[in-house]
Design a protein around this ligand. Structure first.
Ligand SMILES: O=C(O)CC1=CCC(=O)O1
Length: 258
């Protein structure tokens, strides 16, 4: 498997325990900005742009979760993290699950926000529909559809600067990167393995998220050997942005932030 050099940033305690942050589809390292102050007091925080996103290169599609997992371990290696906890959002959460399943000895804890673990037919179809749009348009054609589930209407109204930041980063998504990640998402198949997961996992759902609905995530937690579930109220898919303090409360005990 070819290792590619992804864009990453490091902050927080240089000698602290590692925490790797993995972004969702069509976002960048910036999606974690609101949560950083709470994390940097306790961890060496390493965040990276998934391949095809932000400032990272976009190899030719398709990608698999094995590729994304390999990329993430390469980022850990690059920053001298033999072990780390991982927090993801959606695509990044699924990558975190793949890391925990494949090399549990390197992963302390996993926080999955806005995650799914399988790819039923309507989910697969939604990726084919988006790729069909992308065949005829540039990436901006997908923005409004994503935003509708990413952030609650109240947040969008109250925080236009946050929406603008997400939009700017969305437009950095390389179309090849989007296609590659969509292929990985269509092939997502971790649900059957969650019962053998050796790493503790906290699943955090936004109350209004339709793509990774609370019920789906509760079921994932139930299926996971050492799985827990938390609900963040008044919140869509991009939990770290939409309800930062709610996410902070949800992860506080699990990651030892208090
Ligand atoms: O972007 C979306 O609409 C939902 C999503 C699926 C995978 C991911 O990272 O976000």
């Amino acid at each position: 498997m070819t290792t590619i050099n992804l864009h990453s940033q490091v902050s927080g305690l240089s000698d602290g325990p590692g925490l790797l942050l993995s972004n969702s589809l069509s976002t960048t390292v910036n999606m974690w900005n609101p949560l950083l102050p709470a994390l940097e007091k306790h961890f060496k925080v390493v965040r990276y742009d998934t391949r095809g996103h932000g400032k990272s290169p976009a190899p030719a599609a398709p990608y698999s979760f094995d590729d994304l997992v390999n990329d993430a371990f390469a980022v850990m290696d690059q920053h001298g993290l033999e072990t780390a906890s991982i927090m993801g959002c959606s695509l990044g959460s699924m990558t975190a699950l793949g890391m925990g399943l494949s090399r549990p000895e390197r992963i302390e804890r996993i926080v999955c926000t806005a995650a799914r673990a399988d790819s039923p037919a309507p989910f697969k179809q939604s990726w084919d529909d988006r790729i069909a749009v992308l065949d005829k348009n540039d990436i901006s054609a997908l923005w409004e559809g994503s935003l509708a589930n990413w952030l609650t209407p109240a947040f969008r109204e109250a925080q236009p600067d946050s929406v603008e930041q997400l939009r700017n980063d969305f437009l950095l998504t390389n179309p090849e990167g989007f296609r590659g990640c969509a292929a990985a998402l269509k092939g997502l198949d971790y649900l059957k393995d969650l019962g053998t997961m050796k790493v503790p996992v906290l699943f955090v759902a936004g109350s209004e998220d339709k793509g990774a609905a609370p019920q789906t995530m509760q079921e994932m937690a139930d299926a996971t050997l050492d799985g827990k579930f938390a609900l963040v109220p008044e919140c869509g898919h991009i939990v770290a942005v939409n309800n930062t303090s709610g996410l902070e409360s949800a992860i506080s005990d699990f990651l030892g932030l208090s």
